[in-house]
Design a protein around this ligand. Structure first.
Ligand code: NAD
Length: 482
């Protein structure tokens, strides 16, 4: 049965989108307000048959061919305009279902518009390369170039912590490159994706090119992995689930944006007036639920106490609580269980001898911003991904020690270095094994145009529309022998 019911104040459809229609099913799941815990919507979960139908329709669409590139660009740009027009609905949905404070929700929407516009531009300039045959003795007269073609059905599986912009970092480049997309958003944050799908359809995306399948990972997600007509999986989420997807993908290509423990190194010559607000923002934004959030802060010993004191002072200005209150800077974590876990890590650190300089107190799913010092290597707050508003400071005497420490985790997504010393900066660039090294920035300073992605257990493949479109296309070589 097809219907749109709007059981929520943002008028987000509560079904699954297949071929332009919102479909209900017998399975429903509740979407909760992450601060109050109250139900804000029931959403229909896709059943097994809907998953196959969605993939088949997407496959037939991409086999027929997408509209020409300039038309795809127009659609994506128009979607950006519509996002702005519907800002209040998107912000309202994200505040409720993701628990973002309004400034974080607005920031997510601002960046989503940039991602759409970048993808629109790239839609019209997706080209290949000229092959320098002159370098091949005997073949120097040949002419060769590559062309890029859509890869097919792109399946996007996305996390809760960036329910708009991360979704668009997959959907927009996929369509810009001429692919069809089957999207499975996080079951914590399905409404933002439903709103986005409406905007994309209204902007003119052909219905067969976009499906939204709502539901849990171990059902709908797992069923999507069984669908052999999916040509490409683009995934952002935990390393645990990334491994599952990679195993099912076999010879099919994937893009894996996975977990992280991000470090930032602060040298003694740092301009702290400039650095401290950046570090605080990169630590506590979205209640620390950002893959590049500063979790480890290595600080040169001579300024370690000052940095700690200034961070504590800054944290003291950040009100944690009701995300709708304009004064709030830190909203709830995604579940109360996540907050209980993070609180227990702070308590564990204290029991292990760490100093808890501030924060770590929990009220339901809200945790006050925590600054810790001297967490031992085996402390959970130090050696496991926190995804919570807490940072651990570790003083260092020797720059190499800080680099080795940052490199010592299984992850490698992003690192930041504050220093005025060019030799140290270049050494960091050469020696830190991360996908991104940001000098005089924190680990969490992503711009949407950047080639963004990790190494080691943080995954592989690059996002950023130009880069993602290369991942999501097949490159074909054409040669001429005159
Ligand atoms: P998650 O791995 O639990 O879930 C991500 C998505 O995978 C969800 O849509 C979920 O339903 C789905 N899923 C779960 N089990 C599945 C299965 N068996 N088969 C198919 N799909 C399945 O991650 P999360 O808790 O939503 O997000 C937090 C994680 O995401 C953190 O580890 C964080 O570091 C990571 N993250 C990484 C980046 C990056 O760019 N590297 C960005 C944001 C978040």
């Amino acid at each position: 049965m097809t219907k749109i019911t709007f059981h929520n104040e943002w008028m987000a459809p509560d079904g699954c989108l297949i071929n332009g229609e919102w479909i209900q099913s017998s399975e429903q799941f509740a979407v909760l307000d992450k601060f109050s815990g109250e139900k804000v919507a029931d959403v229909a979960a896709a059943d097994r048959k809907m998953v196959t139908t969605a993939v088949q329709i997407a496959k037939a669409a991409v086999d027929r061919g997408a509209p020409p590139p300039h038309e795809r660009g127009v659609v994506l740009r128009e979607a950006g305009r519509l996002l702005e027009q519907h800002r209040a609905r998107f912000v309202g949905a994200m505040v409720a279902e993701a628990g973002f404070v309004t400034s974080d929700a607005n920031g997510e929407l601002d960046r989503a518009i940039i991602t759409l516009n970048l993808s629109a531009e790239e839609a019209t300039r997706l080209t290949g390369d000229i092959v320098p045959f002159a370098a091949s003795p005997g073949a120097h007269n040949r002419i060769g170039f590559t062309m890029r073609f859509p890869i097919g059905v792109v399946c996007a599986i996305t996390p809760f912590n960036s329910p708009l912009n991360t979704v668009l970092h997959k959907v927009a480049p996929a369509y810009a490159a001429g692919n069809s997309v089957v999207l499975k958003p996080s079951a914590y944050t399905p409404l933002t994706s439903a709103l986005l799908a409406e905007v994309l359809l209204e902007a003119g995306m052909p219905p067969a090119f976009l499906a939204v399948l709502q539901g849990e990972g171990d059902t709908v997600g797992a069923w999507l992995l069984e669908e052999q007509d999916v040509a490409f999986y683009t995934f952002t989420g935990s390393t645990r689930v990334g491994r599952i997807i990679q195993q099912s993908a076999g010879l099919r290509r994937t893009q894996m944006e996975l977990g992280s423990i991000a470090s930032t190194i602060v040298c003694a010559d740092t301009d702290l007036d400039r650095a401290i607000p950046k570090i605080a923002n990169a630590t506590f934004r979205k209640a620390g639920q950002v893959c590049t959030s500063v979790q480890r802060l290595y600080v040169e010993r001579s300024i370690a106490e000052e940095v700690a004191a200034r961070l504590v002072e800054f944290a003291g200005t950040l009100t944690a609580g009701e995300p709708r209150d304009p004064a709030s800077r830190i909203g709830p974590l995604i579940t109360e269980a996540a907050a209980i876990r993070a609180e227990s890590w702070v308590q564990e650190a204290r029991a292990q001898g760490a100093r808890v300089l501030c924060g770590g107190q929990r009220n339901k799913s809200v945790l006050t911003p925590a600054v810790l010092v001297d967490v031992p290597d085996e402390g959970s707050a130090w050696c496991k991904e926190a995804f919570a508003p807490l940072v651990s400071i570790r003083p260092f005497d020797n720059f190499d020690e800080a680099i080795a420490g940052a490199n010592s985790t299984p992850f490698g997504l992003s690192a930041g270095v504050f220093s005025q010393n060019i030799d140290r900066c270049l050494k960091a660039a050469r020696s830190l094994r991360f996908g991104t090294i940001q000098i005089n920035e924190t680990s969490s300073a992503r711009s949407d145009v950047m080639p963004f992605g990790g190494v080691k257990d943080s995954g592989f493949g690059k996002e950023g529309p130009w880069h993602a479109m290369r991942e999501m296309t097949e490159e074909r070589l054409i040669t001429f022998n005159p």
